[in-house]
Design a protein around this ligand. Structure first.
Ligand code: AMP
Length: 412
């Protein structure tokens, strides 16, 4: 778990705000689920996934409730839907930290942030296209270019069940030639064996049956429409039959955005899919759902690699230097801030030299300087800091107007 300090922290805020622009522009409303839920909310995600069995921060609270810090937010959003029953379609977006007890490494942390969307109550392949396209548009707005969209369909639950049986038979036939870990995974979740990166498993993974052989007509038609919708929007994608995703509730469309600059083991910037069964599992009515979650930490690493989406400049416009005791700085700073001009100042009545050093360090566009003589004469000195240029004496009463025109010039 890390501290995120400036200037990186400003980048995080900007990240969320770009995301909000994209999804609120498509009718999604912001939801803030709690950080902690009853453990049962998350075990619905899938008893056989590492996220639930190995990685959860769960504990008993003082009221002896078995609770967990959320490892993701889809289950929380669905729980909120069951509890509050908003009108459908319910289009929600969220942002915030999740917790997984994983081995930390580049792009993998125990507290990590995600932004995401979920839509509940709509079973329309064009919605799948909308959801995928919003993630794509968000990466485009960040400036990322090396993102690969991978899509697959897990079919109907029955298709998936038949596929799982076929995988079970396929991998069981490999017997002891399969790695110990994969043999263990096979007993719990045969789909997950496809994720194995171990060399001994590679030939069996490569020769495994693929899900498309098990799609029902309905599932194939749904997926065809998704693909034609993406083509209509000119969003490039690759079909990835091995894309089965970690969580058990996915059905039909599943997708992932992979970062071209990241190590292949850690290159998923985000992903999602349709999960028509989760709301029902949480005690609600049968409700189709689809969504995605994008990792903030990893997406920003990809931005670093591509040299895009730098930290925004959070410097103030004006820095007030006051060598006459500080009372003038107090008044001027308050006046400028009230007028909407971002303003910082120095304290402790330091020397002119020390205060000017602070002014330069602040990154402010101009310094307003007040000394005893200026104060007596009713003037202040305005000194450009970033552009060079001459300093000028300005009547105190004209300060606001003067600063406004200087700042406007500096930004134009
Ligand atoms: P998931 O919820 O597992 O589908 O993950 C969606 C995205 O969240 C991934 O593609 C990552 O970008 C991010 N993510 C998941 N787990 C972690 C983690 N431990 N540290 C950093 N990012 C993560």
């Amino acid at each position: 778990m890390r501290d995120i300090l400036a200037p990186e922290s400003g980048r995080w805020r900007a990240f969320t705000s770009v995301f909000a622009d994209v999804v609120e522009g498509a009718g999604y409303e912001f939801v803030i689920p709690p950080l902690m839920e009853d453990l049962g909310v998350f075990t619905r995600i899938g008893e056989a996934t590492d996220v639930v069995t190995k990685e959860m921060y769960d504990f008993f609270d003082k009221g002896d409730r078995h609770v967990a810090l959320r490892p993701e937010q889809t289950a929380s959003v669905c729980r909120a839907f069951v509890q509050h029953r908003p009108l459908v379609p319910w289009k929600a977006w969220y942002s915030g930290p999740n917790f997984r007890y994983e081995k930390p490494q580049r792009g993998r942390f125990r507290q990590f942030d995600q932004v995401g969307i979920e839509v509940l109550g709509v079973d329309d392949p064009y919605l799948d296209v909308e959801v995928i396209a919003l993630g794509w548009e968000f990466y485009r707005r960040l400036g990322l270019r090396q993102v690969e969209l991978r899509i697959n369909s897990l079919g109907e639950p029955e298709d998936r069940a038949r596929y799982v049986d076929a995988l079970q038979a396929h991998f069981a036939a490999a017997g002891d030639d399969l790695s110990d870990q994969s043999r263990d995974t096979l007993t719990k979740n045969p789909l997950r064996v496809l994720d194995s990166k171990r060399a001994v498993d590679a030939p069996f993974v490569a020769s495994a049956p693929t899900i498309d052989q098990f799609w029902s007509d309905g599932a194939a038609a749904h997926f065809d429409t998704v693909q034609s919708g993406l083509r209509a929007l000119e969003i490039p994608f690759v079909l990835d039959m091995k894309l089965v995703r970690g969580l058990d509730y996915y059905r039909h469309t599943t997708f992932e955005y992979a970062g071209g600059t990241l190590d292949s083991a850690q290159n998923a910037l985000g992903g999602g899919g349709r999960y028509d069964g989760l709301v029902e599992d949480l005690g609600g009515p049968a409700t189709p759902g689809i969504g995605f979650a994008l990792g903030v930490d990893r997406t920003l690493l990809a931005c670093d690699d591509e040299g895009v989406f730098p930290a925004p400049d959070r410097s103030v416009d004006v820095f007030v230097v006051d060598t006459a005791g500080g009372a003038a700085a107090l008044a001027i700073t308050a006046e400028l801030r009230a007028a909407g001009i971002s303003t910082d100042r120095s304290y402790e009545n330091r020397s002119m030299k020390a205060q000017m050093k602070g002014a330069n360090r602040s990154g402010a566009t101009v310094a307003v300087i007040v000394g005893t003589d200026e104060l007596d004469a009713g003037i202040v000195t305005v000194k450009p800091l970033r552009t060079g240029g001459q300093q000028a004496s300005i009547a105190r009463a004209d300060l606001l107007t003067d600063l406004r025109s200087r700042l406007q010039e500096a930004t134009s």
